[in-house]
Design a protein around this ligand. Structure first.
Ligand SMILES: C[S@@+](CC[C@H](N)C(=O)[O-])C[C@H]1O[C@@H](n2cnc3c(N)ncnc32)[C@H](O)[C@@H]1O
Length: 272
């Protein structure tokens, strides 16, 4: 078997597990290739790549989400994103992803405070979004705002597209791996929420490249201040230092916001 055939075969084995089956296949192949170069056996490669995919993505979901059941419920909801039933549905669903679940106790003040300098949002790109697009009812979106979300889980992306359509949001979700594709289209606001530490596990240079290259007026970047296991480990201080280094030589305005489990920075890169 040639090398590409071998990569395909091992990637297929990685993806055969229900927790990983919906992940972006290009990311899986890239990780398999990396391990192959280290001379590992197929069994070791499958184990190592699954463990990496667990760290960066699957660990945020306690169990696979039954999207067809959620979709059935979505179809019964009013089409107004401010309707209490819709907001209750969004809050309930955001509990299924550890990142959005942690933000729920301060969801409303979070977006009120971090987006105050921005005002109304006309276009938004939510990178490595998880289920955060379900927070759209709490965002100051203009009536015709464009919302785009990128994620690596195909089933999550598919659900988010149904969510946008049902609520008449001019939006789309796309299955995109940030270690392969950087955004090129300009947006007024780009979210990179609790994502840079995750991406650095795939590529140490990604944080800097993303911050520098994203064409946005405003970037909202945040970091977790607790590990998934609930430990504190000086994360707030360390991430703050790391972020300050990343923006130290840039002519950008930066606002800092401290929340119980999250440290956020709003960066004004330019534009309006
Ligand atoms: C810590 S969670 C943050 C989720 C969301 N931004 C939030 O704050 O609620 C990291 C997310 O990044 C996604 N992810 C991991 N690697 C990625 C990659 N290479 N490209 C795009 N998304 C990725 C994971 O699936 C996961 O949903």
């Amino acid at each position: 078997m040639n090398e590409e055939g071998y990569v395909e075969e091992v990637s297929r084995q990685v993806l055969s597990h229900p927790r990983y089956q919906h992940l972006e296949p290009g990311l899986v192949r890239a990780l398999v290739r990396q391990e192959l170069r280290k001379g590992r056996s197929p069994r070791e490669i499958v184990k190592t790549v699954r463990s990496k995919l667990h760290q960066v993505a699957a660990s945020y979901l306690e169990r696979p989400i039954d999207y067809s059941a959620w979709l059935e419920r979505l179809r019964t909801l009013p089409r107004d994103r401010q309707h209490p039933q819709v907001k209750a549905f969004c809050l309930e669903m955001m509990r299924l992803h550890a990142s959005t679940r942690e933000r729920l106790p301060y969801l409303e003040p979070f977006y009120q405070q971090v987006l105050a300098p921005v005002g109304q949002i006309h276009s938004l790109l939510d990178l490595a979004s998880g289920l955060n697009p379900l927070a759209t009812p709490w965002l100051p979106l203009a009536p015709d705002a464009q919302v785009v979300a990128w994620e690596i889980f195909a089933d999550m992306v598919d659900f988010l597209n149904h969510f946008f359509t049902h609520l008449g949001i001019r939006g789309r979700a796309e299955q995109r791996d940030l270690s392969m594709t950087l955004p090129e289209q300009p947006f007024q606001v780009v979210f990179l929420l609790k994502t840079l530490p995750c991406l650095e596990q795939l590529d140490k240079t990604l944080s800097r490249r993303l911050l520098e290259s994203i064409p946005a007026d405003y970037l909202l970047v945040s970091f977790p201040t607790y590990s998934l296991g609930g430990r504190r480990k000086g994360m707030r201080v360390n991430y703050a230092q790391r972020f300050e280094q990343l923006v130290a030589d840039k002519p950008w305005s930066v606002w800092r916001f401290d929340f119980p489990t999250e440290l956020a920075f709003l960066v004004r890169k330019g534009g309006r």
